[in-house]
Design a protein around this ligand. Sequence first.
Ligand SMILES: *Cc1c(COP(=O)(O)O)cnc(C)c1O
Length: 419
Amino acid sequence: MKKPFVSLERLQAITQQYPTPFHLYDEKGIRENARRLKAAFAWNPGFKEYFAVKATPTPAILKLLHEEGCGVDCSSLTELMLSDRCGFSGSEIMFSSNETPAEEFELAARLGATINLDDFTHIDFLRETLGYIPETISCRFNPGGVFQLGESKEGFQVMDTPGDSKYGFTRPQLFEGFKKLKELGAKRFGIHAFLASNTISNDYYPALAGILFQLAADLQKETGCKVAFINLSGGVGIPYRPDQPENDIAVIGEGVRRQFEEILVPAGMGDVSIFTELGRFMLGPYGCLVTKAVHFKHTYKEYVGVDACAANLMRPAMYGAYHHITVMGKEDRPLDHVYDVVGSLCENNDKFAVDRPLPEIELGDLLVIHDAGAHGFSMGYNYNGKLRSAEVLLEEDGSTRLIRRAETPEDYFSTMVFD
Ligand SMILES: *Cc1c(COP(=O)(O)O)cnc(C)c1O
């Protein structure tokens, strides 16, 4: 069973101070999880997690992760600016962008970020933009085809289809690219790949590591380029549904270590650093959207209207994604009602849950929508003139801190030209 990280009593007190809807984050959970990740890869002296800023671009969250030893993974101008303002610099910043504007490469270089190129043609573009090629450079790999894990009872498990994805170099391009970058002055090389998203499997990272480690060994052997780091990127998922198993990061770290010792160590590459760029795994379960039941509607279905909408959390509307809902204070009641839990957008996909068995809901009940800590607030938008909500941090000592105020109508009107 999924349990909220905050009690009804505490939440009632918090809503006295901050009106619903708002996003609430759990500092203790975030820190403990970041430490579990670090421990899982402690066997690799150069290990570093570069938190994917797009998942939760909030200064207090980024600073907290910085304190836990994380860097940041940016993919836009403002994410770079945000990371700079939060105190990240140099090799603490990874810049994994695509279709990149020149000004973004310029800022990344000025900050000393590690640039992860998405395409062969970006080698010339980067050189023309900067006037040089940085000594440390990374390239993103796309093996094409489908990415599958080893054979199981049901056959191969297809995780994703890299062949349909716009990212990365092909294998021949990577070999050519490394040679070219070396000629242009690059000295320390990295490779990166993101082959499957939100995986619930302890085998994803080890399988990806196996592919990248072998590729790195081949690349170093054939091109003479010194591979300094291998970036496993994001994609380690979280169980959005209560019946899904959790990934065990200690098992995942151990699986990657086994590949490292089988492939890289014999190739004389035991000094390679392992990087990760997790977003969802770092924050997803440690944030929730808090909303209130404000209306009922009994037509062809039973609807509960809440004061949050898809503008606060887009995943259910956009992907049909499941987000678990707890009706606070009614955790032990039978799930003997079936509701559609809906927001107020003039869009029929604005439904946090469809045909969801829940305990009987009364007006004013507080609903916690789980696993909104990553790709939640950050995907918010202003459709229908809806305003983005506040973000509140539940600190380790139990106190709360406003870490982003809610938007006001003035914010909404601030970019409009009236005359
Ligand atoms: C989105 C993204 C991530 C994080 O993905 P998660 O699924 O949140 O782990 C990491 N790296 C890159 C380049 C990304 O675009």
